[in-house]
Write a new protein. Structure first.
Ligand code: DOR
Ligand code: ZN
Length: 419
């Protein structure tokens, strides 16, 4: 064995003391005790599968002053995330096969494994679907992405070459110009617009979609009724229009009222949805502008798991739900041997010492954008992170290697609910 990691493992749905044996980047054995010279003994640490973040914007190419595949993947590693799925609203957007192939080369500097979404639209070709991990369909418009509302044509494209497809669901006909503050932004892109979009697309007989960033319980129910899998974000779970973030809190779909946020949290606790970060870094200068001019989006790839682990410690959410939403279910949805502490899976692990609970401050930020909307929130950052068998974080410091990450290619659309 190359490495044995020992601690309190999240195994078979609960926590138990044990060892994970690793060889050639895979988990080869899980047992109470395992012998090996190379061992990482982490008593009292909770060891869960490495996080899988199904929704990040690492801004390469075109906006590498905000993030790039190296800095973004490093930030992910600091947050215990060992896989990310990047979005296509870059400059240029990932629209043609050549765009994707160039992006694949750029992403080779990633320190953790990754997938890349291609942009679904009128020029989409089968070869692009074969080479990308999946599609991103912007049915609603957002930062750097035009909406594509031709449902009939999208149905044809998706039927002719099936791929995992993430939907940005905001009904464009219900959207207004941005408001002047968070309350106005919520009204301008109303909470009903998500359910309206999901319903409309489902009624046209498109199956097997994955709905990104559901900002309300209503959107989650509607996705479930349509048989779609669904994602919520950390920001929609924890932040609302009552926050004092101003332009920093501007995001699409918007932060909602506290009452809507509470209902979303409850529905998330009930199970089914995954949690992604929708890590969308913008510069502080851009965010400091007048609200209407500030671009929408906020970072979160490194805060997602640590904040949820702190909430689990506080008893606000069961750890099983955190692991399911952040690690296991994303792996299942993408059909990967990842996201589970199971023999045969990739050796992606994150170890958390519950005694290391702290409040997030500016010093916690590794993302190139240099800010976080989660200042003051409690978090437990992982002390050690293993990505496909290699230590990438040790005692909280980055020890990973540029280029260690590997591309995960084509993922099929989940059959049935995929949930
Ligand atoms: O607020 C958002 N920002 N929503 C998106 O859909 C895109 C993202 C970005 O890329 O900045
Ligand atoms: Zn996004």
């Amino acid at each position: 064995m190359d490495l044995v990691v020992e601690g309190r493992l999240f195994f078979a749905g609960g926590l138990t003391d044990g060892c994970v044996g690793i060889k050639n980047g895979k988990i080869v054995k899980i047992a109470k005790t395992l012998g090996s010279q190379d061992r990482l003994s982490l008593p009292n640490h909770i060891i869960i599968p490495g996080g899988m973040d199904m929704h990040v914007h690492f801004r390469e190419p075109g906006m590498t002053h905000k993030e790039d595949f190296y800095t973004g993947s490093k930030a992910a590693a600091h947050g215990g995330t060992t896989f990310f799925l990047d979005m296509p609203n870059t400059r240029p957007p990932t629209k043609y096969l050549s765009d994707l192939m160039e992006k694949r080369t750029m992403a080779e500097k990633s320190v953790v494994d990754y997938g890349l979404h291609a942009l679904l639209g009128p020029v989409s070709k089968p070869q692009l679907a074969e080479e990308a991990t999946g599609w991103k369909w912007y049915y609603g418009p957002s930062t750097g992405a035009e909406a594509w509302t031709d449902i009939a044509m999208a149905k044809e494209v998706l039927a002719s070459f099936s791929s995992f497809t993430t939907l940005h669901a905001e009904e464009p006909s219900l959207l207004d110009n941005p408001g002047t503050d968070l309350v106005g932004h919520d009204l301008a892109r109303p909470v009903d617009s998500e359910a309206a979009a999901i319903d409309k697309i489902a009624r046209e007989g498109i199956f097997g979609l994955h709905v990104a960033h559901c900002s309300s319980a209503q959107a989650l129910y509607t996705a479930k009724r349509a048989g779609y899998s669904a994602e919520v974000t950390l920001h929609h779970l924890l932040l609302d229009t009552g926050s004092d973030l101003g332009g920093y809190g501007k995001v699409n779909p918007p932060l909602r009222k506290k009452i809507d946020r509470k209902a979303l949290w409850q529905t998330f606790l009930d199970g089914g949805s995954v949690v992604a970060s929708d890590h969308a870094p913008h510069t502080m200068d851009e965010k400091e502008q007048e609200f209407q001019l500030a671009p929408a989006g906020m970072p979160g790839v490194e805060e997602r798991l640590p904040v949820l682990m702190a909430l689990a410690k506080r008893g606000a959410v069961p750890i099983e739900r955190v692991v399911d939403a952040c690690c296991e279910k994303p792996g299942r949805l993408l059909g990967l041997d990842k996201g589970r502490l199971t023999e045969g899976c990739d050796a992606d692990l994150a170890a958390f010492d519950p005694r290391e609970l702290k409040e997030i401050n500016e010093g916690c930020v590794n993302s190139k954008c240099g800010w976080t909307p989660y200042l003051g929130q409690e978090a437990i950052f992982p002390s050690h992170v293993v990505a496909r068998g290699k230590l990438v974080v040790e005692k909280g410091s980055f020890v990973g290697e540029k280029g260690h990450g590997r591309y995960v290619g084509h993922a099929d659309a989940p059959s049935g609910e995929g949930a």
